[in-house]
Design a protein around this ligand. Structure first.
Ligand SMILES: Cc1cc2nc3c(=O)[nH]c(=O)nc-3n(C[C@H](O)[C@H](O)[C@H](O)COP(=O)(O)OP(=O)(O)OC[C@H]3O[C@@H](n4cnc5c(N)ncnc54)[C@H](O)[C@@H]3O)c2cc1C
Length: 408
């Protein structure tokens, strides 16, 4: 018999939240991460307003601890095109939908992810840091555990479980070993940093679209700003991780000139990518994939953390029901399939919208046309920003009349 009901690979938002919910439901959960927390992650570190509702549901004091960490509160998003056209969308009630609060939190991932990991441990999950999953173990074709190695390779062991949760991010080993991983356009690379004393930062996130990439920035509390430069993979260069080169690349965006100083970057420039990557199936015999391990398209709309946490809720529900059916070996895939169906139901429209926006920012002329329209129609800007904030259903924006009016 397996010692664990679930081995969760990766203790980012997807893994920690899944581990927390499974442990709270009575499962024996082992949570593995190759890093030691606090660990950083290339991210713009903003939680969409709807994420607040998920944090509330997760309980365990998570929302209170986020609020107590002096996060920034973003009240909307400003989009700037290459010719300087600007549109502002606010997180506010309208067209029948309302955010739980008129803002989304923004805080460093070192803090946020630490809060989630601690909550998972308090709920009863056992955490093993500096443990890298290298491979999957199979039993009659079903996944029955993982092969893991401690940092430095001193210890290697097989950890068996009835379900393996792959929550190991964009370059998921679990998804790759399943043979499920796929990648495709737009194939972008991101460089992200923290900076102090950035000029002109307000309580609104900023997205600057250029002819060859875009930049997202916003406050994350304590006077710091998070900034991410996203470029086509063909423009990726190691030099962009050097502060001087990074700030020079930011200066190419008219709305950013003179706002950053290379000697005021407060964290190393982290690189990640390429996007998009996704898994052909999010469930199999004895295995589920959550968060970026399941899919990640592009950072422009900033909803990966929401997807990771909401996906964790859906995964934990299906895995808990499947485990309750009893048995000793790997949980058969058909008992986990409800998770796959739930993902399609909950995320289907959002995936389409994310792809339309992510592809659209690669066409500056099209982006400029849409932003000009948004600048003339603030209620449309609020609607679109509300959908990317996850509190307006994406299907609302995908209505033919709305799409037509965005291009008018
Ligand atoms: C530039 C950029 C900006 C972004 N901005 C935002 C934003 O503002 N808001 C937002 O919501 N989303 C944003 N995202 C997306 C967001 O960062 C991700 O979607 C989110 O982190 C996904 O969470 P996760 O738990 O699936 O993966 P991760 O957070 O990547 O966690 C995966 C964990 O798995 C561990 N791991 C990996 N491999 C192994 C292994 N083999 N063995 C053991 N452990 C392993 C890692 O150490 C890590 O802790 C952004 C992404 C990028 C690239």
């Amino acid at each position: 018999m397996s010692r664990w009901d679930a081995v969760v690979t990766g203790a980012g938002p997807a893994g920690s939240a899944t581990a927390l919910l499974l442990a709270r439901a009575g499962a024996r959960v082992l949570l593995l991460d190759r890093a030691r927390f606090p660990r950083d992650k290339a991210c713009s570190e903003y939680l969409t307003p709807e994420t607040t509702r998920v944090l509330e549901r997760l309980g365990g004091g998570i929302l209170e601890r986020v609020e107590g960490s002096a996060p920034a509160r973003l009240t909307g998003m400003r989009i700037v095109t290459p010719d300087g056209t600007t549109a502002l969308g606010r997180f506010r009630a309208g067209t029948g939908y309302a955010p739980p609060r008129p803002y989304g939190f923004a805080l460093p991932r070192t803090v946020f992810d630490g809060i989630l990991v601690e909550a998972a441990v308090r709920a009863g999950a056992e955490l093993r840091e500096e443990t890298t999953v290298e491979d999957l173990v199979r039993e009659a074709g079903a996944v029955s555990g993982v092969r893991a190695r401690s940092t430095g390779g001193a210890t290697r062991e097989v950890l068996r479980a009835r379900v393996v949760v792959g929550a190991d991010g964009l370059r998921s080993v679990v998804a790759r070993r399943l043979g499920h991983r796929r990648s495709g356009p737009p194939r972008r690379i991101a460089y992200s940093a923290h900076a102090a004393d950035v000029r002109g930062v307000t309580d609104v996130g900023e997205m600057h679209i250029g002819p060859d990439g875009y930049v997202g920035l916003g406050p994350i509390g304590n006077g710091e700003t998070t900034v991410a430069l996203v470029v086509p993979a063909s423009r990726a260069a190691r030099a962009l991780t050097e502060p001087g080169e990074f700030v020079r690349a930011l200066e190419a965006f008219p709305g950013l000139r003179g706002r950053f100083r290379s000697d005021r970057l407060t964290r190393a420039v982290l690189a990640t990518g390429p996007f998009a990557q996704w898994s052909r199936a999010s469930t199999g015999d004895g295995v589920v994939l959550v968060g970026d391990a399941a899919d990640f398209f592009d950072p422009f709309t900033g909803q990966g953390i929401y997807s990771a946490l909401r996906g964790a809720e859906l995964a934990a529900e299906a895995v808990t029901l499947a485990l309750a059916r009893g048995g000793a070996g790997p949980v058969p895939g058909h008992l986990l399939a409800p998770y796959r169906r739930a993902r399609r139901r909950v995320f289907g429209a959002k995936w389409v919208l994310e792809r339309l926006i992510g592809a659209g920012v690669g066409w500056p002329a099209l982006a400029t046309r849409v932003v000009r329209r948004l600048a003339r129609a603030p209620e449309l800007a609020d609607l679109l920003v509300g959908a990317t904030g996850n509190f307006v259903p994406a299907s609302r924006v995908l209505r033919p009349a709305t799409l037509t009016s965005l291009l008018a």
